[in-house]
Design a protein around this ligand. Structure first.
Ligand code: APR
Length: 242
């Protein structure tokens, strides 16, 4: 049981593992390849310049898969924890699906962007909701300015979103939890090193992450099985779905 006291401020970092039990494949697990492309080969500005149709085919496939997925008990437990902790809770996700929101999470920081949003690759029109799919031979979606509409995703080599807010929350937390992330992609993989001198650092997942040595505790298992009964908030076990 992970005890949270009234003075605890919790920073949660989630990765693809949190959505695995909802049927969305992780990146570096067995199903992590797409048509023999590594994620780095279709999720980069270079791939977008070289073959935007292939990039849209990849994200159209991901929109279809994520569109079928439902939140699992891990998402529900985190939404319940947010409800119990209020502004003592900060959820940063590397995931681009919207399952945290579907489970009831109110304040989700998507540092790698959002699958069901698009934006123009030329003008500074704000990102907009878009669950469309654009498979070849469909024409590439165009902006009124003439630019091409791209997925609102942070690609390899681009700067993740909301980093200032994220580092503020890391500085202020007393408990850092990484859930379902292999700890290999920066900058998220270094968040635990950033907090370990002022916060408890806990890992939840079925196997050791690459940055395991920075964590003070680890709960090995599936997030959907562990999270619903893991938390004790201000002396009372957190009930999920109650
Ligand atoms: N519950 C919890 N964790 C799980 C589960 C589960 N049911 N199933 C798998 N995992 C763990 C795996 O052990 C692995 O450590 O989830 C992690 C998934 O790791 P990755 O596939 O590397 O995903 P992630 O760490 O989120 O990748 C980070 O890389 O490709 C980029 O931008 C992409 O956001 C992604 C980033």
């Amino acid at each position: 049981m992970l005890r949270l006291t009234p003075s605890d401020r919790v920073f949660i970092l989630t990765g693809a593992g949190v959505s695995a039990e909802s049927g969305i494949p992780t990146f570096r697990g067995a199903g992590g390849l797409w048509r023999n492309y590594r994620i780095e080969e279709v999720a980069s500005p270079y791939a977008w310049q070289r073959d935007p149709r292939l990039v849209w085919e990849f994200y159209s496939m991901r929109r279809r898969v994520a569109g079928e997925a439902k939140p699992n008990p891990a998402h529900l437990a985190l939404a319940r924890l947010e409800q119990a902790l209020g502004d003592r809770f900060f959820l940063c996700t590397q995931n681009v699906d919207n399952l945290h929101e579907q489970a009831g999470a109110q304040r989700v920081v998507h540092m790698h962007g959002e699958l069901f949003k698009s934006r123009c690759d030329s003008c500074n029109r704000p990102p907009f909701a878009d669950s469309g799919t654009y498979d070849p031979p469909a024409a590439l979606p165009r902006c009124d300015c003439g630019g091409t509409i791209r997925p609102h995703i942070c690609w390899f080599g681009e700067t993740p979103f909301e980093m200032e807010r994220i580092y503020d929350a890391l500085e202020g937390c007393t408990l850092f939890m990484a859930i379902g992330t292999s700890g290999v992609v920066e900058p998220a993989a270094s968040f635990v090193a950033y907090v370990r001198h002022h916060a408890r650092a806990v890992y939840v997942g079925p196997e050791e992450p690459s940055n395991r040595s920075s964590f003070s505790d680890a709960y090995f298992g599936k997030a959907g099985e562990l999270l619903p009964t893991l938390f004790e908030v201000d002396g009372k076990p957190l009930t999920v779905g109650g």
